[in-house]
Design a protein around this ligand. Structure first.
Ligand code: ADP
Length: 437
């Protein structure tokens, strides 16, 4: 709140910052939106409408005093307006009525206006839907208000405690647009390397990304990102991932006191910790969550896929040898059984990239990944050569694609990763089309 002590805040702005109006969530609402601005502050608006007019409006923010002042003023400007007119309230309207906040805090008014607009749009969409469903019929999940959400009502034979846990998990997952799991038939094929570089490439393209390392027995993500010394902080809300700006990282490795500690857990304990990871990590709003799964097709990847439920798909990493093909086939069958779309197969360590000129020489048999992908009718996304710089980057805690962006191998990797970003967009479009009809 200290920010409002700075020069340039009017008495009106100070008053709204210290005594925010319409503050706190609404239990029952027609429109809701939550947006995290480029400054990292999150704002959330709820509104309830009657006969096309805003009846009640409220907001919360984790931002500083100026965010509180802007959110509060936005709710005051809305009162008595029609929903469409409320959606038109802009940054300047909020700033004018606050009659003075310093230039460097004016973005808070933009965040308030954008979030309000999104909540109004949600309300208008909801109203269109309410021609089909009456308000009393709707069972909302309580976190996003979505009536179609699988967490809106208990499943048959589900205890109250299980339902509560599922809702909590869903409230985290609802805020993540795309969830991609990286799988491999066996360890050591480069699954974590691909996961780290996929997350880093998406971050570099401006996406908000979470990277979750669920590899309980061999968590290598902390080493690959130079985060070995990090430990996790938690509070009542949950566990906070390590925040690298646009990328947030959570790994089992952060919970081990010593990198050399071995984790000896039996099946149910493993499931418990994976569930906790998914349920208790405070990711906030993300465009992508990349999950580095334990290798194989056993209980651990199974629980990740089952708990997340709505995965955009799986990326399967393999090596070119024939023996690896058997495992890829198993991974594809595993995905099909769980109805997880296969986004594609990546053949890693395929040929050798000369460290001097980048030319790729096929030192061993290659093409196993492509053959199996074609055989099983799933996309083949490309081959990454064995490149000593990749190994060096992993060992020194640097994302290869970021630190060695100009190398020929980084270009190959980017082409592969572009498929994933594009596949995500295609899926999003498909989903919109489905809901539109
Ligand atoms: P997995 O997650 O499948 O067990 P990792 O991603 O941990 O495999 O990779 C195993 C090792 O291989 C790491 O040391 C990594 O640096 C190295 N590695 C992975 N891909 C390549 C590559 N294309 N070229 C050179 N080294 C690689």
């Amino acid at each position: 709140m200290e920010c409002i002590d700075a020069e340039g805040f009017s008495a009106v702005a100070r008053d709204h910052a210290t005594k925010p109006r319409n503050h706190g969530p609404l239990e029952d609402f027609d429109g809701h939106a939550r947006i995290t601005g480029p400054c990292g502050d999150t704002m959330e608006f709820w509104l309830d409408a009657r006969n096309g007019k805003v009846d009640r409006v409220s907001f919360i923010t984790d931002g500083c005093g100026s965010s509180l002042a802007c959110g509060s003023m936005a709710t005051c400007l809305v009162e008595g307006k029609g929903v469409e007119a409320a959606a038109a309230i802009n940054q300047k309207d909020i700033l004018d009525r606050l009659s003075g906040i310093p230039l460097e805090f004016e973005h808070c008014a933009l965040l308030a206006a954008d979030t309000l607009k999104a909540a109004c749009e949600d309300c208008l969409n909801q109203q269109k839907g309410s021609q089909k469903k009456s308000r009393s019929e709707k069972g909302t999940c309580g976190t996003c208000g979505n009536t179609d959400c699988s967490a809106s009502s208990p499943k048959k034979d589900e205890s109250e405690e299980e339902f509560d846990e599922r809702r909590k998990l869903q409230s985290r997952l609802c805020r993540i647009r795309h969830k991609v799991i990286v799988l491999s038939g066996k360890g050591g094929v480069g699954k974590s390397t691909v996961a780290v570089n996929l997350a880093a490439a998406l971050t570099l393209s401006g996406k908000r990304v979470g990277l979750l390392d669920v590899d309980i027995h061999g968590p290598s993500i902390p080493t690959m990102l130079g985060l070995e010394r990090e430990t996790i902080q938690g509070c009542g809300e949950g566990l906070f991932p390590i925040d690298l700006g646009e990328m947030k990282v959570m790994s089992m490795g952060f919970l081990l006191r010593n990198q050399d500690d071995a984790v000896i857990w039996r099946g149910p304990m493993k499931m418990g910790v994976i569930k906790q990871f998914l349920k208790d990590v405070v990711w906030g709003d993300l465009d992508y969550l990349i999950i580095d799964s334990p290798p194989g097709t056993g209980d651990e990847p199974l629980s990740v896929c089952q708990l997340i439920g709505e995965l955009d798909g799986a990326l399967i990493v393999t090596t070119p040898q024939k023996v690896a093909a058997v495992d890829v086939r198993k991974s594809i069958t595993f995905c099909r059984q769980l109805q997880v779309p296969v986004l594609g197969v990546v053949e890693n360590m395929s040929g050798f990239a000369c460290p001097k000129c980048g030319e790729v020489t096929q030192i061993l048999r290659s093409g196993g990944g492509r053959r199996i992908a074609e055989d099983m009718n799933v996309p083949f996304l490309g081959s990454i050569p064995m490149d000593p710089i990749i190994a060096e980057a992993c060992d020194s805690g640097r994302a290869f694609i970021q630190y060695y962006a100009a190398t020929p191998t980084a270009k190959i990797m980017r082409n592969i990763i572009n498929h994933i970003a594009a596949l995500g967009d295609t899926k999003q479009t498909m989903r919109h089309k489905e809901t539109d009809t």
